[in-house]
Design a protein around this ligand. Structure first.
Ligand SMILES: *Cc1c(COP(=O)(O)O)cnc(C)c1O
Length: 451
């Protein structure tokens, strides 16, 4: 059960079917453009959508808004140091701000960065420097039916081959994303991370950690990697951070707050100085990084709550219960589930809709019309901007932290079952407007008529 009780509640909207149809049409059939007031259950993202605890709300009031070296910064720095062991800690306003600082400093044209999978903003910030972002996910990641426990791992053999080959000298860094958000929220094992450290030592590469879901990954290591089953999640997290040279995180995830990010640098005052200069240029003085003192307080408190084993056990259990319940109801999903989302295999539910007519998008729109549930397509609409198609046509049902109970998710399961009953009647979509960069945010679409 949830290891907390509810102290403040917020009513949720219940638009009628007609209102939902109107809202979707007005939004150009793009769920990013549907007003939140027309959404009953919002599973669009787990980023910045969590509930804060009573202790976090209380901490907000103690926010010190001094411009430099505020008390709130000192508290934030102390907490982040305690978890990460890094000496230089710089807050920034969110994850992509950290990526901009890190990559514009470390990379130049022609460099290669390798990752288990770059998250989309990570890839964009690598590419904008003229470098190449190369994903080397483990082979099991492509197999939706594999029950391999660590489908977020990097392919160590492919990494060794790349380093031994003609492009080897261009590789500057390895980015490990925990958990692997772009790869379905799958965890990375501690064994895989330790081996990456050894490869980086051998070849003089920087080990960069995208730690946005460090607590969830630590929990999944404890659950799935035999030798760590008795360790505390905070202890596993400390070891993971200890492997990296530089880390950053979007604290809109495991920071348990609504905004924030952080960069950490270990034992490299020169590099920290270069990062600090860019933080000051882009974000604000390096002890607030675009955040208010009260945000730093909420984050410091959230970061002490997120490694609580009871919280993490409930989060992981809820995700796996949600995935298993959908599966048993005949809705195909990726299993085993991670922590932050369940991915529906929409391409298999709607085999009559070709990839270029976005079956995942069709399923998401149908789910919204059925129950007012907002999800996001993770298929050829989101991944196929270059004109290509995605390997799988998925829909992500993200789980905001501490927001919805299981009965809310039962409602989502019922809506998903109802969509399945109408599958044969659903049609694809085509894009008729919007801008090409990250096109899923702005696309205007219309349903394709049956031939
Ligand atoms: C969300 C996320 C980011 C980007 O962070 P923002 O706070 O959205 O800018 C980077 N990496 C990963 C793995 C993420 O999940």
């Amino acid at each position: 059960m949830e290891p907390y009780r509810i102290k403040a509640v917020e009513p949720i909207p219940f638009p009628t079917r007609t209102e939902r149809e109107r809202a979707l049409a007005r939004a150009g059939h793009n769920l990013f453009r549907v007003p939140a007031a027309q959404v009953t259950i919002d599973l669009l993202t787990d980023s910045g959508t969590g509930s804060m605890s009573a202790a976090q709300w209380a901490a907000l009031m103690t926010g010190d808004e001094a411009y430099a070296c505020s008390t709130s910064y000192v508290r934030f720095e102390t907490v982040v140091r305690g978890i990460s062991g890094f000496d230089e800690i710089m807050p920034v306003h969110q994850g992509r701000a950290a990526e901009r600082v890190v990559f514009s400093t470390l990379l130049g044209p022609g460099d290669i960065v390798v990752s288990n999978t770059h998250f989309d903003t990570t890839r964009a910030h690598v590419e904008v420097t003229g470098s190449e972002a190369r994903d080397l996910p483990c082979p099991e990641a492509a197999d939706l039916d594999s029950d391999q426990p660590f489908k977020g791992n990097i392919d160590l053999r492919a990494l060794a081959d790349l380093l031994a080959g003609p492009d080897g000298h261009r590789v500057k860094a390895v980015v490990m994303t925990v958990t692997n958000n772009g790869g379905g929220g799958q965890p990375v094992s501690l064994d895989n991370l330790r081996r990456v450290r050894a490869v980086c030592d051998e070849h003089g590469l920087a080990f960069l950690l995208d730690a946005s879901r460090f607590a969830e990954n630590s929990w999944l290591i404890r659950q799935r990697e035999q030798e760590h089953r008795h360790r505390e999640p905070i202890d596993i997290a400390r070891e993971v951070f200890g492997l990296a040279d530089v880390f950053w995180a979007s604290l809109k995830k495991d920071g348990l707050a609504n905004i924030g990010g952080v960069i950490g640098v270990r034992a490299n005052p020169d590099l920290a100085g270069r990062f600090r200069q860019l933080v000051i240029l882009n974000e604000g003085f390096s002890t607030y990084g675009g955040l208010a003192g009260r945000d730093l307080e909420a984050l410091a408190q959230g970061l002490t709550e997120v490694t609580d084993p009871r919280y993490l056990a409930d989060r992981a259990d809820t995700a796996s219960w949600f995935a298993e319940t959908l599966h048993k109801a005949g809705v195909p999903v990726i299993r085993p589930a991670g922590c932050h989302a369940v991915y529906v295999r929409a391409g298999e539910i709607l085999p009559h809709i070709p990839a270029h007519q976005f079956p995942g998008h069709a399923w998401s729109c149908a789910l919204y019309l059925e129950g007012g549930v907002r999800a996001v397509e993770f298929g050829s609409l989101l991944l196929g901007s270059g004109g290509g198609t995605a390997p799988h046509e998925l829909v992500r049902l993200a789980l905001p932290r501490r927001v919805y109970t299981r009965s809310h998710l039962e409602f989502v399961v019922e809506a998903a079952i109802a969509v399945g009953r109408t599958a044969d009647d659903l049609t694809g979509y085509r894009i008729v407007g919007g801008s090409p960069a990250l096109r899923h945010f702005t696309a205007v679409l219309e349903p394709v008529a049956f031939p």
